[in-house]
Design a protein around this ligand. Structure first.
Ligand SMILES: [Zn+2]
Length: 403
């Protein structure tokens, strides 16, 4: 039960009840489509007349369409309800340190178009280029009614200023993406940390969505991010920067992190750590660094390719990453006991190998009877990008904050 917020509440009116029931209907249709009015009444426990009134409104506003498709063995064929996926267009943007992806999705969160551009190191230049790409995307699809833009960022967004305030792997400080994007497009812009976006993607579009209320998404990329959902709600903390488990000290007096701290979890479990582990073993064998041999340092993509080819040292580097991913996951299982922890990143291609290593670390280190499932996310679902669609759709499909 949530405590009533006496500093920010809204008393219930008859409209409140209607709004809640309407959102329940929209979600039941989204989940069970195609669905008849009779089934909606059964699923919701509402009277047939109430269900009819709400669905008529939803059809009038074009959120829902009806058709006679659907199969029942005999009797009168009911009209079936579906979400009208062409009702809105949502633009999703995923900013990563090297590349930025832009996508267009409908109400069903399926991507209709997608493009990408290099992320300029200078934030002002990057925002200019982004605005121009988004404008082109909108102009290419002029018939779509755009609902808004969701942006996933490799950093945290301050709740009050809506600026990107903590992005150590992008080296941008106090950057305002919202104002220029809104000015360039006349659309509302929602910003969210990438791990939070992944957690939202899993909550709204994942496989186990209805039974899962407590979920942690761990993104393993240039750094490590965590998005925490407790009781169906994203945890943001008092200023919006909650979830930075990647910057919790793991090794006292350990390696210096880009955040300024020493020994952060991401210094040992991220893709950058994997590349460092590989370089260390290579140096040990040859006695020379890559630079002195005139070779450029390997990237994480190189490491993945080598591991795919069965290179023992690349696999050993991935195994070391898995050890530390497991150590941090154990901490999250012990501290939060979520229903599920999803791990997102290129490293999950080796899940057959790293999954058991992570599980075994968690088993060895947690004694709390937590029953957390630890699963990888299928990268083809593009969770960072899909989460941006959830950000925009939440205002129609999410639970209303009444009190
Ligand atoms: Zn750090």
């Amino acid at each position: 039960m949530r405590k009533i917020d006496l500093t920010n509440f809204q008393v219930a009116t008859s409209e409140t009840a209607r709004d809640i029931n309407r959102r329940i209907m929209l979600n039941l249709i989204r989940r069970h489509q195609p669905i008849s009015r009779a089934e909606l009444a059964r699923e919701s426990g509402l009277q047939r007349s109430t269900v009819s009134a709400i669905t008529e409104q939803l059809i009038k506003e074009r959120w829902v369409t009806e058709s006679a498709t659907g199969h029942i063995p005999r009797g009168r064929r009911p009209r079936f309800l579906h979400l009208n996926k062409a009702r809105v267009g949502i633009i999703g943007i995923n900013v990563r340190p090297v590349r930025t992806t832009i996508a267009l999705a409908g109400l069903d969160a399926q991507f209709i178009a997608q493009a990408s551009l290099p992320t300029a190191p200078n934030p002002m230049q990057a925002i200019d280029e982004l605005c121009s790409h988004v404008r082109t995307l909108i102009e290419t699809h002029p018939d779509i009614a755009y609902e808004g833009i969701g942006v996933s960022l490799p950093g945290r967004v301050d709740l009050t200023s809506q600026k990107l305030v903590f992005a150590p792997n992008l080296a941008w400080h106090d950057v305002d993406l919202k104002t220029p994007l809104e000015k360039a497009t006349n659309l509302p812009v929602a910003l969210e940390n990438a791990a939070n976006a992944c957690a939202l993607a899993e909550l709204w579009f994942g496989e186990h969505t209805e039974s899962v209320r407590n979920l942690v998404a761990i993104t393993v990329s240039e750094g490590i991010g965590a998005g925490v959902i407790l009781n169906g709600q994203l945890v943001r903390g008092s200023t919006g920067v909650a979830g930075e488990f990647g910057h919790i000290t793991f090794v006292e007096d350990g390696l210096q992190c880009r955040c300024g701290n020493h020994g952060c979890w991401e210094m040992y479990a991220s893709n950058s750590a994997g590349v460092r582990y590989y370089a260390e073993t290579t140096r040990r064998r040859s006695g020379k660094s890559d630079a002195t041999r005139g070779q450029s340092a390997p990237t994480f993509d190189d490491l993945v390719r080598l591991a795919d080819q069965g290179d023992a040292r690349a696999m050993a580097a991935i195994d070391r990453m898995a050890h530390y991913i497991g150590a941090g996951t154990a901490l999250l299982v012990t501290g939060l006991a979520p229903d599920v922890i999803v791990i997102i990143g290129e490293v999950t291609r080796f899940w057959n190998r790293i999954g058991p290593a992570i599980e075994s670390m968690v088993t060895r280190r947690t004694f709390t009877h937590a029953t957390t499932r630890i699963v990888p996310t299928d990268p083809s679902t593009q969770p960072r990008l899909r989460g941006t669609i959830a950000m925009v759709l939440q205002k129609h499909f999410g639970a209303p904050s009444v009190v």
